[in-house]
Design a protein around this ligand. Structure first.
Ligand SMILES: Nc1ncnc2c1ncn2[C@@H]1O[C@H](COP(=O)(O)OP(=O)(O)O)[C@@H](O)[C@H]1O
Ligand SMILES: [Mg+2]
Length: 248
């Protein structure tokens, strides 16, 4: 059975800057199956955030195709308007950032009900109960009425994950979600992601500059100067690639 959830075909992204054009993504081809926990490792500036922004529709690609399967439907993300992408993302995609981005003047439970109130996926009177369930999932139900400043960074990231799950998206994209956490706390975030994949069938794409995390993903990719390579390729093909690069 074809289990493809996300497809990128020949995706390129060129930024126009005062200093001239800069191509941040070069001809990216990627297929992600439902239920995968994909890790994309790359150095700072390699194009990780740009790549995620093509998948979740935060930014518009320069050329290529991005398809996201939704039930029997094929959503052509690259053909949508900016507003259309924003609306679609809010309902179908969970996004987690390095800096958590919780609203500081709202309590934890209010941070989670906010995206529910902006979509019509859940009735208003259901949204509080749903937010509470999500806080339980990340083991923070006892902190529901606190402001973000009164919990730790790792706890804030767990709230951000709960918020990303609010509209029950099948896909989560995470941009360096452990980047500002210590390794033990980062481990706990990984546990949450692993449970979401194995218990709830979520599909997760996470980017990081930390290559020591690679062992925990179900699939490993590497991005270098805007080019994507499968780390799980055979050692021989890696040698071939190195040789090719040297010859250039
Ligand atoms: N809005 C932008 N305008 C111009 N250049 C950009 C813009 N966003 C990113 N870049 C450049 O594209 C490259 C990749 O950026 P990014 O995707 O943020 O890398 P990463 O997330 O891997 O650190 C970098 O060289 C960066 O400077
Ligand atoms: Mg980045």
């Amino acid at each position: 059975m074809d289990n493809t959830l996300i497809e990128l075909m020949n995706v390129s992204k060129t930024y126009s800057t005062a200093a001239g054009d800069f191509t941040a993504l070069k001809n990216i081809n990627l297929k992600v199956n439902a239920g995968e926990f994909v890790g994309i490792v790359g150095k700072s500036g390699a194009g990780k955030s740009t790549l995620l922004n093509m998948i979740n529709g935060v930014d518009q690609l320069t050329s290529g195709v991005v398809i996201v399967h939704d039930g029997g439907e094929k959503i052509s993300v690259h053909e949508m308007s900016e507003d259309g992408r924003a609306l679609w993302r809010g309902r179908k995609m969970g996004v987690v950032y390095q800096s958590f981005q919780l609203l500081p003047m709202l309590t934890l439970i209010e941070n989670i009900t906010l995206p529910l109130d902006f979509s019509d996926n859940f009735k208003p009177r259901e949204s509080k109960a749903r937010a509470m369930q999500l806080l339980e999932l990340v083991e923070l139900e006892g902190h529901a009425n606190k402001l973000p400043a009164f919990i730790s960074g790792g706890q804030q990231q767990r709230v951000a994950i709960a918020r990303a799950l609010a509209n029950d998206p099948s896909i989560l994209v995470a941009d360096e979600p452990t980047g500002s956490l210590d390794s033990i706390t980062a481990d706990h975030i990984f546990d949450v992601f692993e449970q979401l994949v194995s218990n709830q069938g979520k599909t997760i794409i996470m980017v990081t500059h930390d290559s020591s995390l690679a062992g925990r993903f179900s699939r490993n990719l590497r991005i270098t100067d805007g080019e994507l390579a499968d780390e799980d390729d055979s050692a021989e093909s890696k040698v071939d690639k190195t040789m090719r690069r040297r010859k250039k």
